[in-house]
Structure formats: C-alpha cells, structure tokens
Design a protein around this ligand. Structure first.
Ligand SMILES: C[S@@+](CC[C@H](N)C(=O)[O-])C[C@H]1O[C@@H](n2cnc3c(N)ncnc32)[C@H](O)[C@@H]1O
Length: 441
C-alpha cells in the first residue's frame, strides 16, 4: 500500500474554493506538469523534491496532501484489516500523536470519530487530544477550522466514498497559511493565503510565475482577466508599486513584498519565524534534497534583486501599523514595506511620475466590510472617500478590493469587475478590480 522511496507521489495541493486556477497557475509556473484541477485543489504527481518545493513556494495552497493508501471499508473489520497493511512508520515519527480529518459519503461507515480511533490504533499512535473537530471535518479538503492545538501530530485526511477509503498524509503539518512571521494581528486579519490569491489574481509578480505581460499558456493576453485567472499588469522591467491603505496587520503588503522580492512565503528573518513542514519528520525524508531546494531560494532572491519595488501600507489605527512593522521585520521584508499611520483620506501615492505602460501599480486592499469590524461610522461614506481619493490622486493605478458586499463597494464609484470569488472565514467574498484609473473613472 505504501510507496517506495523516490517514486512519484500522488498529491493534492489544497486551496479554498475559487482559488483553484490560481494554485494551478502556481504549480504550472514551477514546471509541474500533469495537473488536474478539482474542487478545492489541484491533483498532481510530484517527486519528493517537487513536494518539498511545493510546500516551500506555493503561496495560495492551504496544504499539500500525499496519497498513502486506498482500500475498501465495508465495516470496521475491513477497515482494521486494511489499515493494518499501511506502512505507518513512514509517516508517523516515533512517539508522535496522530490526527485524522475524516469524511464519509454514501458509505456504511459514517461515525467519523470511531473511524479515526480505528486508524489511530492501526498506526499504533495516540489520537491527538482535541482532534475531534478536525476528525469531523466536512467534505471540503480545506479546513476553515484550525486543526487541533497542542503538541505536533502527524495529520491525515481519510475520505470515504462508496465504502472506499482514500488515506492521505499531510506533508505540510501546520497549514501553509501559518507563515511563521505573522505573530501580531490587528482587527479581522486576512489569511496570508487569501492575500496571496488576491495578488495572484491581479498578476502581481511572484517567484516562478510568468513576468507581467507574458501570460502563461492558456491565460488571456489582454483585457480583463477570466475569473480566478491571473490578470495582466505592466511589464517586469518597470516599477512595481503596491499600496494597501487599510493594511491592518500588513498581510497584503508583506505577501506582496515577499513575492516580488523572490522570497518563499513562510521563511522569516530569524529561525523562530521560519516555519517547518511535516515531511521533514517522515522516515524517508531526504535532508540533502531539502537543503538543495532551500538553497535555490538564494538564487531566486538574487534574480529578483533588481526589481524596482515600492510597497506602502497604511491604516488609521496605530496598533495596526505597529503590527505591520513587526510582522514585516519578522518576514525579512521590513526594509521593503513602508508602514504609515494614516487615514485613507490622507494617503498619497509614492513620489515619482504616475505609472506608465511598463509599470505595475496596484492598490490592493481589504477595506472594513461591516460584519467583521465595528466601523463606528457609515461604511458607505468610507467607500465613497476611498473612491474619491483613488480617482483624485492615483491616476494610472488600478484598484483591487476584497469585499463581502458588492453594493457597499459600489459606493466607491469605481468601475469594478470581479476577478476572484472565494470565501474568508466561511463567508463568500469577491475581489473586485478596476482598470487603470483616470480622473473620471
Ligand atoms: C479588514 S481590516 C484589514 C485587515 C488586513 N487586510 C489584515 O490582513 O490584517 C480593515 C482595516 O481598515 C482600517 N480602517 C478603517 N477605517 C479606516 C480609515 N478611514 N482609514 C484607514 N484605515 C481604516 C482598520 O483599522 C482595519 O485595520
């Protein structure tokens, strides 16, 4: 049932619904072929080196699963018998706990907790305390709820459909949106993976992705992006400018700086701010391969060093600016993110001429949307102010805003169209974007 070392692994890169085409484009840009987009992720065959690289570099993925086994489970007896054939020692380090995200459809066995207990018994490892929530996960691979807290556990996903169980090991461990560098959060923080999806949807450059103006095969060359597809910006030879005037804890700005400077999303400035991955604990983990994959990051950093990059983040809340500054420093992009305490009504674009055709200039932001933040005022006025400031001072820029309420966004008066539709904290959200702004936009 288990694979041999060096084999290609049947994997599933997991993401929130709606983000699949962006994740697929990320995998394509990494040179990974034979991908199959499914709801909630991309199925892909990876060699171990590619699996390590996927965990290190993917910005929009929640986790990367590796298929361990598939077997029939007509009853608990067949479950126990078949689970006993799994080479658990490959995936579960000595002394580790285990946790299972179990779902069951159209099948006789549907008591997810009891299934998780049987699988844990077969693995010869204790079920992690508090793993019930994760074990009772729904049909989606992407868990909006966090996996259990406590000591690290080897995580598995067990999906039963028509009495057949597919068991996958989670190669990421902590979800990939836990970047390591984001320790301080302001109000209503975005998941970094969602911020990365917003940036990918507008075509903000990232390591391994096609340069602006050079669409990946199958991407639209001009005009509006297809929904969920990377948009086209300017040229990689021009200035790269990004402003987030509602920056909160700085998630969008920091993700933008990491991507455009060729840094992996979860690698911080200090060992404590750099995340680790579950595959590092697997029995056939190849430290030399992993060191080589990480070594490539140095080259990517050098390749991106010539970028003319400006990232500005502002917020009217001083605590948010303190969080942004601390997070950016931990992410090793403190020198790339200019964080300013300012209301949106007072913001200005970076000094210099307005963006030209070779420049990439985006305002990418996540304004308050009511439900998540007590606004203390009328949000319609805030959106109107935002729109006025954009038109008056940001000529030539484009705007992308993540909103939960399209009608509220319309108060900005900006000509908006949808570039991405996904969920945030279980709530449907849309990324609305403009073309280059003019005074009459
Ligand atoms: C939804 S949060 C942004 C969260 C952010 N994307 C993150 O990941 O942390 C909206 C932010 O807008 C800020 N805000 C609200 N009204 C503002 C205004 N008039 N000017 C500037 N910032 C404002 C709030 O302080 C809050 O930090």
């Amino acid at each position: 049932m288990s694979r041999r070392a060096g084999d290609t692994l049947a994997c599933m890169a997991v993401c929130p619904p709606g983000v699949e085409p962006l994740l697929d484009a990320e995998l394509a840009a990494m040179g990974i072929a034979r991908r199959n987009v499914v709801r909630g992720g991309v199925e892909v065959n990876l060699r171990p080196r590619q699996l390590y690289a996927a965990n290190l570099w993917l910005r929009t993925a929640t986790r990367v699963l590796v298929r361990v086994a598939m077997f029939d489970v007509h009853d608990f007896a067949t479950l126990e018998r078949n689970a006993a054939t799994v080479n658990w020692r490959q995936w579960v380090p000595a002394g580790a706990q285990v946790t299972f995200r179990v779902s069951s459809h159209r099948s006789r066995l549907d008591h997810t907790r009891a299934i998780a207990e049987r699988l844990a018994a077969a693995a010869g490892a204790p079920l992690a305390t508090g793993s019930a929530d994760w074990a009772d996960g729904g049909s989606s691979y992407d868990d909006e709820g966090a996996p259990p807290a406590g000591p690290p556990a080897a995580r598995f996903v067990a999906r039963i459909d028509r009495n057949r169980l597919t068991l996958s090991a989670d190669s990421s461990g902590e979800p990939l949106y836990q970047r390591g560098w984001r320790r301080q959060v302001a109000k209503a923080p975005l998941r970094p993976t969602l911020a990365a999806a917003m940036l990918a949807a507008v075509g903000w450059p990232a390591q391994g992705q096609p340069a602006q103006g050079q669409p990946a095969q199958g991407q639209p060359a001009q005009g509006q992006p297809a929904q969920g597809q990377p948009a086209q910006g300017g040229s990689s030879s021009g200035r790269l400018m990004l402003v987030d005037p509602f920056c909160g804890s700085g998630t969008v700005a920091i993700e933008a700086a990491l991507a455009a400077s060729g840094r992996p999303p979860g690698t911080g400035a200090t060992p404590g701010s750099t995340r680790s991955f579950a595959f590092e604990t697997w029995a056939d983990f190849a430290p030399g391969t992993w060191a080589s994959v990480r070594g490539e990051a140095t080259q990517r950093l050098a390749d991106a060093a010539g970028n003319d990059l400006t990232v500005m983040a502002s917020d009217r809340d001083a605590g948010a600016i303190a969080a942004t500054t601390a997070n950016a420093a931990r992410a090793a992009v403190g020198h790339l993110v200019a964080a300013t305490h300012s209301a949106v009504s007072a913001i200005e674009p970076p000094p210099g001429p307005p963006p030209g055709p070779n420049d990439t200039a985006w305002v990418v932001t996540n304004p308050p949307w009511g439900g998540r933040i007590a606004s203390g005022g009328d949000l319609r006025d805030l959106y109107a102010t935002f729109g006025n400031v954009m038109r008056a001072r940001f000529t030539g820029w484009r705007v992308a805003m993540l909103v939960a309420d399209r009608h509220l966004a319309a108060h900005s008066g900006l000509g908006l169209h949808e570039a991405l539709r996904t969920t945030a904290g279980g709530q449907p959200v849309q990324l609305l974007v403009t073309g280059p702004l003019t005074a009459s936009s």
